[in-house]
Structure formats: C-alpha cells, structure tokens
Design a protein around this ligand. Structure first.
Ligand code: FE2
Ligand code: FE2
Length: 375
C-alpha cells in the first residue's frame, strides 16, 4: 500500500478520470469521490494525507466539505481545485477550511504534481514536528521524574553526612577536652581551669555576636590555651611560692610550646595562633609575650581568652590565697582595660558578670556541646 494517499472530490467524472490518469505513475494512492458525504466516509476509513475538492457540487459545497474535514481531520492538508475563482469562495475556503492551496481549473499537469508533492511534504513535516514535540514532552517528564528522585537521594545523603559530621565534631571536641584535662591535672589547683576558660570565652564570643564557627574556635582555643604547660617542669608549675625570674621565664615559654605542639595537627590550624598569643597585652607593652603584638594584631580569640583566663584564675583558690570576690575581679578588669585587655572583651565580660553574677564563675560548668551544635 502506498504511503501517501490523496483524495479528489469532484462531481464531474471526467475530471476525476483525468486526475487518475495524470497521477497513474506517481507513488501515491489516488482515491476519488463525487460527493461530499462520500468523501467524508472514505476519510473515516482510509488513512489519507491530502484532500483536493471542487467547489460547486450538489448536496455539499467544497467550502462546507473542507470546513467539515478541518473539524474531523485537522491534520489533513486541504486544497481546493475550482474553475470559479470568485473572491468570496477563496476567502471562505481560507477562513473556514484553512486550505493549504487554491488551484484553478484548467490546471497545469506538472504544476499539479508539484503542488501534491509539496502537500505531502508539508504533511510529513508537520507530522514529524508533532512527533518530535511529543518525544520532547515525554523526555521532559522523564527528566522531571529523575530530578525528583535525585533530589530525594541528595537530601537523604546530605542528612547522613551532616549526622556523621556532627558525631565527628563531638568526638573531636571530647578528645581535645581529654587532652586539656590531662594538662590541668598536673596541678591540683588548676583542675578544670581550661574547660572553664573555654566556657567563659565562648560565652563572651556569644556576647560579642561572633559567628558560630568563631565561637567554636574560641572554645577550642580556650581548652588548649595552656597545653604548652606540658613542656614546663612540674616543679615550676606547682610551686606554691613566688617564682624566681628564671622560673618566670620558663613559664613564659608555654604559649610557644603549646603552638608547637598543635602545629602538626591539621584540623587545629586555626587554633595555633590563638594559643601562641594568649598572653599578649592589648597595648603591645613589653609585659606581653611571646611577640608583643598589639591591638588587632592579636587574634581576637586570644584577646577573649586572656580576659576569660584572668577571671578564672582570680576567682579560683590558689595555695597562697582563696579565690577573689567578683567586685575585686571587676575592679581589676576596669583597671587593665585598654592596657592588658581589649576593652571590647572587658565589656563583654562585664555584661556577663552583671547578668549572671556569681553563677557565671560556678566551678562545675561544662560547655554544652549538643546545645551549641544545634543552635
Ligand atoms: Fe596561659
Ligand atoms: Fe590559663
């Protein structure tokens, strides 16, 4: 069966015969009908791509037939072949039948064949575009589906990864805590010192409105600030009396030793400098060590830790004195604000002491990791 079929509709049998004769050798199936109703019946039962109709026919005019075909078979390529080229008919055929071409009788044989070829091409092209649109639509739907699945998977994996990450951070902070406890254990009087400095310092960080990552760095730096005391002789660390100048020089090594201990640990890279400079003076005077940095040259966590460290040390018992009262501590903070201490950090500490009073220096405080990580 031919792939392409054209239907000619005309009430003059001679015309139909002439057309059939003309198209005998073309690779098309040529059907004919002499009335509109017959034409519609054929189209109902035979796949057809092109229809060519006369205008003046009994029962149903060509324009009416084309309008009916347009409704029932919108894809069909419609043409009119007429001897009456009145303007009104042409306009009607175009508007109501949406015709592809208007051909006038008598026709030129080669021209008619060419027009039919173009009509079939037109039909095939439109069909191909339709098919491609359909394929594109289906592929889009499939893609949307895949995207949805992918999003779900990504969400799930992200959740798993962030849970693992959380576990690792907790484990990591606990490891650092264990290390700092080992340092404090060298001296019965400083038990819990590092943990408390970490807690005070992180509270100050929050008071200063620092971002979470920085508060975490402040806390960890607080935990580790005195880790270098591991490298200082026990006799010097636990000495109950005043230190000799030589012993004081020895003690002053601890920030540098601490930084050296931490340097090889990749994930503590941000903490190293904070530990190294936790005894610098804000005004850069010679009492600060090891490098006599001043102001902003000193890492902010170091400036915070210095205040937290001082408050912790002053409020704790020592072999030679009891822990000092808060008002003494507050007086001291005011006195050294701007020289030893960064005034901003002093203000943060004073705010905290004002709000929390004695409760702020409770000895059993621990940093609440879980609460912190969930903020
Ligand atoms: Fe220290
Ligand atoms: Fe300390």
């Amino acid at each position: 069966m031919a792939e392409h079929t054209v239907l000619f509709v005309d009430d003059e049998v001679n015309i139909l015969k002439a057309v059939q004769r003309l198209l005998r050798n073309e690779p098309w199936q040529v059907l004919t009908a002499s009335r509109g109703s017959e034409a519609l019946e054929i189209l109902e039962n035979t796949p057809t791509q092109v229809v060519v109709t006369d205008q003046r026919m009994p029962e149903m005019s060509g324009v009416d037939l084309l309008a009916a075909i347009r409704t029932r078979h919108p894809d069909l390529v419609r043409m009119m072949l007429t001897g009456y080229t009145e303007m009104g008919v042409a306009v009607d055929a175009i508007n109501r039948g949406e015709i592809y071409r208007l051909i006038t009788k008598p026709w030129n044989d080669e021209e008619l064949k060419a027009i039919l070829r173009q009509a079939f091409d037109h039909f095939d092209l439109k069909n191909e575009i339709k098919r491609l649109n359909q394929v594109t639509r289906e592929q889009n739907l499939k893609l949307q589906d895949m995207n949805r699945n992918l999003e779900g998977k990504v969400r799930e994996r992200t959740k798993q990864v962030s849970e693992k990450h959380q576990e690792l951070r907790i484990a990591y902070i606990q490891t650092i805590r264990a290390l700092s406890e080992a340092v404090d254990a060298k001296d019965a009087y400083t038990r819990g010192h590092s943990e408390r400095v970490g807690v005070y310092a992180s509270k100050m960080g929050r008071e200063l409105g620092l971002p979470r990552e920085l508060i975490e760095r402040v806390y960890i730096s607080g935990l580790l600030h005195d880790v270098g005391k591991i490298g200082v002789r026990d006799a010097v660390i636990t000495k109950p009396d005043r230190l000799t100048p030589e012993e004081y020089e020895e003690i002053k090594q601890h920030p540098e030793i601490g930084a050296r201990i931490l340097t090889p640990v990749n994930f503590l890279a941000d903490v190293v400098e904070c530990v190294r400079h936790h005894h610098e003076w804000y005004d850069g005077c010679e009492r600060g060590y090891p490098m006599r940095l001043r102001g902003d040259q000193i890492p902010l966590p170091s400036r915070i830790i210095l205040v937290a460290d001082t408050v912790e040390a002053m409020t704790s018992d020592r072999p030679y004195r009891k822990g000092l009262d808060l008002d003494v501590v507050i007086r001291e903070l005011h006195k050294y604000s701007g020289s030893q201490f960064d005034p901003t950090c002093v203000d943060a500490m004073l705010q905290l002491l004002e709000h929390e009073g004695e409760g702020f220096v409770r000895k059993e405080q621990k940093f609440d990791i879980h609460a912190f990580l969930e903020v």
